[in-house]
Design a protein around this ligand. Structure first.
Ligand code: BDR
Ligand code: CA
Length: 310
């Protein structure tokens, strides 16, 4: 069984990822959830994480509030960019629990230091501010992790500018620190998630289960439904991080060197991926290049059904 920390900015796709991890508790033990600013402000992402835990009947999992702003620069939220869509579906019942008092980055340090080395994986589903702060304050954390699985970056076309992906763009400086840290990293980028579009077929697959949870998830999936109606199905990004932990055989990838563009120009937040190994720089990440769509949505549908059975 793998012990994981989920660092996240829910976010509909973050919510699906959290549910997917919790539904597989014979394989994954979620030690805690650390909220970060990103899709929306950090108080709201923490509140959303608690709502997801309530939905899953897992309010025993602790939630910690993390960074309210990137390490460098002001916060750009997805809400500010895409309007209210990102807050759709969060009319879930408010949690009866509260975030714990410890600052997320400090809790990450304490937790990683109090567990045997090489046993904890961080799943980073939002901007990398909390993870970078933890490593900056206590560099030993990097060496004690089993690994870091990130939803981050793009080698072929961004969703924030021509080349940058949201999580890296929002705190490119944090991303640069994290990519430079000596910890095994697996990267789920837009290269992968752009192939995992939630089309009508997949939506039916996720909502057809006859259980208590699917009607309650409808609100969260409205975002995707609306894009399908517009003929522009959206990718489901963050659950692919959990899918990597559950079924790595459904992915193909390669060891590469990744550098982050932290300059404030047209390519701010770009992940510069040395796919052809021409720079001579040492590989610092395992970059996923292909995924099996059918297996991915099968895992997600199974996880939602399992949530409903509990
Ligand atoms: C990433 O940005 C966020 O909006 C999503 O939750 C995902 O983590 C995709 O670029
Ligand atoms: Ca996210």
């Amino acid at each position: 069984k793998q012990s994981i920390i989920i660092d996240t900015d829910p976010g509909q796709d973050d919510a699906l990822a959290i549910l997917m991890a919790l539904a597989n508790n014979e394989l994954l033990e979620v030690l805690g959830i650390t909220a970060v600013c990103g899709n929306i402000g950090v108080r709201a992402t923490a509140a959303n994480a608690l709502k997801v835990l309530r939905l899953a009947g897992r309010e025993d999992v602790p939630v910690f509030v993390g960074a309210a702003a990137p390490i460098l620069g002001g916060l750009v939220t997805a809400e500010a960019l895409h309007g209210a869509a990102i807050t759709e579906g969060w009319d879930l019942p408010t949690s009866t629990t509260h975030p714990r008092p410890e600052f997320a980055a400090d809790w990450i340090i304490d937790t990683v230091n109090s567990h045997p080395p090489g046993t904890i994986t961080i799943c980073a589903l939002g901007p990398l501010t909390n993870v970078a702060l933890a490593i900056a304050k206590c560099p030993e954390v990097a060496g004690r992790l089993h690994g870091l699985v990130l939803m981050a970056g793009a080698s072929q076309g961004g969703n924030m500018n021509a080349v940058a992906e949201f999580n890296v763009f929002v705190d490119a400086y944090a991303a640069a620190r994290v990519f430079a840290a000596p910890v095994p990293k697996t990267v789920v980028s837009l290269d992968i998630t752009s192939k995992l579009l939630l089309t009508e077929r997949e939506l039916n697959r996720l909502t057809s289960a006859n259980n208590a949870i699917t009607p309650r998830l409808k609100g969260l999936l409205t975002l995707y439904e609306n894009y399908i109606k517009l003929g522009k199905p959206r990718p489901v990004h963050d659950p692919a991080v959990i899918a990597w932990l559950l079924a790595p055989e459904m992915f193909v990838g390669k060891d590469v060197n990744v550098e982050i563009d932290t300059t404030r120009g047209l390519t701010h937040g770009q992940t510069i991926v040395d796919m052809n190994g021409v720079t001579g720089r040492a590989a610092n990440a395992f970059w996923l290049t292909a995924a099996d769509n059918d297996t991915f949505y099968g895992l997600l549908a199974q996880a939602l059904e399992e949530t409903g059975r509990r």
